[in-house]
Structure formats: structure tokens, C-alpha cells
Write a protein that binds this ligand. Structure first.
Ligand SMILES: *[C@@H]1O[C@H](CO)[C@@H](O)[C@H](O)[C@H]1NC(C)=O
Ligand SMILES: *[C@@H]1O[C@H](CO)[C@@H](O)[C@H](O)[C@H]1NC(C)=O
Length: 525
């Protein structure tokens, strides 16, 4: 009886705590500079390249931060799959992306360019049951649970005394004890209740903080006890004063894959920072795939069951989603459906909800058999010795090798600017056609119209309407179809009259499914 009562008490206390600290956990501020507001994940990029990108592109184009792939020593696996970075061997900063010196230099350069660095941290587990070498030369043995590079031994892992399943694997993801004390797909599950293991993780995070990072993405958060994370976070240093104001706390966002139902509720983690709101990705993808009408997005947010905006980090695509490791392959929208990805990303950046993260991927040969991508493991572009290839962007903004650089697509980087200019202005002037055409403004600073109409004749499918834009009178460039250069629009333009009205047009078969205007792209007369 005691354990049950104890559980109910803990649940009630957790709920009470989350009620009072929603939106202003001390770890929910990303510490962006100025009005910047978007993160991009440069998956598997080398630190020298990220430093270059901060200076030449991310800073000037208004991105707020970069999520970098896990930075600590990890298993070297056959074929070098991308997910080897999620199998830690030690907390040394040493991967194919670079060593600690290169990491430090990147952090310096990006902070100076106005771009923050967030590190993907894997605290839940170490490797699976293989043995071999890590990226900094440390041996590891997953069967014996020996990780001399930390060092961790068998006592630092959950075993039969804490995990109730016979094979120590998680079978029921809704069961808190299994999900948090057993193994996630064979990965050796660290016992974060152990003071020793906890301190090793605190030391690692504090080392990163002292170098100058702004925060962390917490991998596999639902597989860790909120109280263990709370205890770890309570020992973290304040951010480095060289780059951040006094008494700044790290930004921490949690991977909590929760769609409702009896899974582990993401709101167990909102008092610890933000959560990655998977329901945002799922609902938006559903709408943009025409399984639900765009017109319903009018009240998108908490009224759809999402956590409050201040508790959320949102995305359309991610390193897991793109290959179907989370979500559902064929449903998830990624770079292989560029038109859809741009439209859904544009909505994410135009809507005033959460902190958006833009995925930046690399090409791989997608081969789908029985609903699974058989190449879902493919790692980043490398030379024949396995060194990650450098990114050298072309003059037309595209990238070389297999780097896709979605964050450099005009439709995306210009919507990052749109969001920056829209600031905290509310959504106004909502219009819809009762189906799959919508338009709205952000105060009187920005306006967007999206057309995904599939039903009706060609005339019905085109969005052609005189609408209230909220914008001051003038001529504005559509930032989706081209830039404003030398006071001329390279793409489409509109004229807004003295009442804020304008003729808006988005043909159903156009290259992009939307148009967007803001006061930063107005032609001076
Ligand atoms: C999984 O765990 C949850 C929560 O403990 C429980 O309600 C559910 O019945 C379990 N499911 C199965 C199939 O055992
Ligand atoms: C930030 O946004 C506010 C309004 O949203 C605006 O007044 C201010 O000028 C912006 N600052 C910069 C540096 O763009």
C-alpha cells in the first residue's frame, strides 16, 4: 500500500509544481540575442564548419542558435551510422565533428556572431551490448558494463533490483518504472540515483557551460526520472559571464515523445525547462498532408491540448523523424518533399507558438521496404577514411556534397527573418475559405497566406482574394518567391492600399504554396 500511496502523492505534487511554474522554469529561456528566435540543428556538422556558418550565414540572417549533435566520446560502430553518436563511451569532448579545442573555438565564434550553441546531451544510457573503441580511443565493454573512460562500472547501471523485466528491456513504454529503470533498445541504462554517476554528469554539463554553451537538448528524457534530472540541474553553474548576463541559467529542452493517452505525460518535465512538443509536429503534419483542414489552425495551441507556448520547443522535422525513428515514415515531412516542408515550416515560423527548430540534414538513399527505410542508419558525408566532409556553400546559397542545408533555403531563411520582424505581435486579420486556404497577419508588421486547397475546380483551388493585410500602405516583396535587392522585388510583389487591403494571389499549382510579406521587405518610393 505504501508504494501506491507514495506514487499518488508524487503525482499530485508533480502536478502542483507544474501548475505553478509553467512557462517560467528557470531553464526555459534560450538566451537569444535581440529578437532572434529560431534554432537550427546542423546535424553531424564539424565544429570548424559551424563556426564558419555562424559568421557568414546564421548571424547575418538572424538565426538565434545552433543545436549540435552529441559532442562527447561515443562508440565507433560498423558503417558509422549517425546513431552511434547516441551511444556514449565517455564524457570527453571528442567526436568526428572535432576535439575540445575545435569545440571551444566554435562556441567563441558563434557567440560573437550572436548565435547560441545548444548541445545534445545523452545522459540516460551508455552503449548497447557491444564492445570496442570510442572516438577518443577509450575501450568499452557493453556486456560487462565497463566504461573506463569515465570510469563507469556495473554498479552505475540499473539491473534486476530496479528493472522489473526479465531481459532488462523496456516492453511497456507507459510504465514509468520500466521506461526509466530498464533498457531502451538494449542501451545500458545509467542509474542516475547513484551519487557517483550523477556527479560525473554534472561535471560534464558544467564543463560545457564553462566553455560558453547556452544550454542543452536532453535526449530520451522520458526514460529518466524527473527528480534525477532536477537534482542534476540543481548543481549546474550559471552561464559563462563572458557571453551571458549574470545569473543566467542554461536553456534545457527535453525529448518527451507524448501524443496524449496513457504514455508518460510531457508535463512531468515542464518544471525542468521546455519540452519538445511532439503534438505540434503531429498536428501540423496532419494538416499539411490534407488530413485535416487548414482553417482549424485558427486557434492552434493550448486549445488543441498542447502545453503552453512558453513550455514548448517545436519542429516539423528532426534527425529521428526524417528516417522514421520517431513518428511515422511516410507521414513525417522531410527534405524529400520540399514544397510541403517549406509550407509547414513557414507556418511554424509565422505562428506565435514555442521556440521553433529548423532541421538541417544531409542526403541519403531512402529505400523503403515494408514501411521501413533500409538506409535509415546512413551517417554524414565522409571521405574514404571516414572523415566528415566540410561544408563549402556555393554562391547560390546551396551546399556541396550531400549537405542539404534546409536552413539556407530562401523560403526558410526568409521566414526566420519574418519571425524576427513579427516579434511578439499577436495573430490578427485571420481569414480562411472554410477549407484549406488561410491568411493572417502578425500585428501590422507581417502577413502570410497559404493555399493547400485540393478540392474544387481550378478556379476554386486558386487563392485569389482582396484581404486585410494589417500592413501600412506601400509595395511589398513576397519573400518566398524572391528577395528585395536594390529596392526591387526579385519575385512577386503586392500593393497595399491606405486601408491595409491588398489583392492576394496564390495559385494552386505554384512552385511554393504560400506568399509572405513584412515591413522589412517594402519597396521605398
Ligand atoms: C503498461 O503500463 C501501464 C502503466 O503502468 C498500465 O496501465 C498498462 O496496463 C500496461 N500495459 C500492459 C500491456 O501491461
Ligand atoms: C525587436 O522587436 C521590437 C518589437 O517587436 C522592436 O520594437 C525592436 O525594434 C526590435 N529590435 C530589433 C533590434 O530589431
Amino acid at each position: 500500500m505504501l508504494p501506491k500511496f507514495f506514487f499518488i502523492l508524487i503525482t499530485v505534487l508533480t502536478l502542483l509544481v507544474s501548475l505553478f511554474v509553467n512557462g517560467d522554469s528557470k531553464f526555459s529561456n534560450p538566451h537569444f540575442i535581440g529578437n532572434r528566435s529560431v534554432i537550427t540543428h546542423l546535424m553531424e556538422w564539424k565544429y570548424d564548419d559551424i563556426g564558419d556558418e555562424c559568421e557568414r550565414f546564421l548571424g547575418p540572417y538572424g538565426y538565434g542558435g545552433v543545436q549540435v549533435s552529441p559532442v562527447n566520446e561515443h562508440a565507433i560502430m560498423d558503417g558509422r551510422p549517425w546513431y552511434e553518436r547516441y551511444q556514449p563511451v565517455s564524457y570527453d569532448i571528442h567526436t568526428r565533428s572535432g576535439d575540445e579545442q575545435q569545440f571551444r573555438r566554435m562556441v567563441q565564434r558563434c557567440n560573437k556572431a550572436g548565435v547560441r550553441i545548444y548541445v545534445d546531451i545523452v545522459l540516460n544510457h551508455m552503449t548497447d551490448g557491444q564492445s570496442g573503441l570510442g572516438t577518443n580511443g577509450h575501450h568499452y565493454d557493453g556486456v560487462a558494463m565497463q566504461y573506463p573512460g569515465v570510469p563507469f562500472g556495473p554498479n552505475d547501471f540499473h539491473g534486476h533490483e530496479t528493472c522489473p523485466t526479465n531481459d532488462l528491456e523496456i516492453h511497456n513504454y507507459s510504465n514509468r518504472i520500466e521506461a526509466r529503470n530498464c533498457r531502451l533498445v538494449g542501451l545500458r541504462d545509467l542509474k542516475q540515483q547513484s551519487e557517483y554517476a550523477k556527479q560525473k554528469q554534472v561535471d560534464f554539463l558544467n564543463h560545457l557551460i564553462d566553455i560558453g554553451v547556452a544550454g542543452f537538448r536532453s535526449d530520451a528524457s522520458t526514460h529518466q526520472w524527473p527528480d534525477d534530472l532536477r537534482s542534476i540541474y540543481s548543481r549546474l553553474h550559471n552561464l559563462n559571464n563572458e557571453f551571458f548576463t549574470e545569473n543566467s541559467h542554461p536553456f534545457i529542452y527535453h525529448e518527451t515523445i507524448y501524443y496524449g493517452g496513457n504514455g508518460i505525460n510531457s508535463n512531468e518535465y515542464t518544471s525542468l525547462g521546455r519540452i519538445i512538443e511532439f503534438r505540434f509536429y503531429k498536428e501540423i503534419t496532419n494538416v499539411f498532408r490534407n488530413n485535416n483542414q487548414l482553417r482549424w489552425l485558427r486557434n492552434f495551441g493550448t486549445e488543441w491540448g498542447l502545453v503552453p507556448s512558453g513550455d514548448a520547443l517545436v519542429m516539423i522535422d528532426s534527425h529521428d523523424l526524417r528516417v522514421g525513428h520517431t513518428g511515422q515514415l511516410g507521414f513525417n515531412i522531410n527534405c524529400f518533399e520540399a514544397r510541403l516542408l517549406k509550407a509547414a515550416t513557414a507556418f511554424m515560423l509565422a505562428w506565435n507558438y514555442g521556440i521553433p527548430r529548423v532541421m538541417s540534414s544531409y542526403f541519403w538513399d531512402q529505400i523503403i521496404r515494408d514501411g521501413k527505410d533500409v538506409n535509415d542508419w546512413v551517417g554524414p558525408p565522409t571521405d574514404q577514411h571516414g572523415n566528415i566532409l566540410s561544408v563549402h556553400p556555393n554562391p547560390d546559397m546551396t551546399c556541396n556534397h550531400e549537405w542539404i542545408c534546409e536552413h539556407r533555403w530562401r523560403e526558410i531563411y526568409n521566414m526566420v527573418k519574418f519571425k524576427l520582424i513579427a516579434g511578439q505581435e499577436p495573430v490578427n486579420n485571420w481569414w480562411d475559405n472554410g477549407d484549406n486556404q488561410i491568411a493572417f497577419s502578425r500585428g501590422n508588421r507581417a502577413f502570410i497566406a497559404i493555399n493547400l486547397q485540393k478540392n474544387g475546380n481550378d478556379h476554386d483551388k486558386n487563392l485569389q482574394k482582396r484581404l486585410q493585410t494589417g500592413l501600412p500602405p506601400g509595395i511589398y516583396c513576397d519573400i518566398i518567391s524572391g528577395n528585395l535587392i536594390n529596392n526591387r522585388c526579385m519575385g512577386k510583389s503586392i500593393q497595399v492600399d491606405k486601408n491595409g487591403l491588398s489583392d492576394i494571389y496564390v495559385g494552386h499549382d505554384e512552385f511554393d504554396a504560400l506568399v509572405a510579406y513584412h515591413i522589412g521587405a517594402r519597396v521605398e518610393s
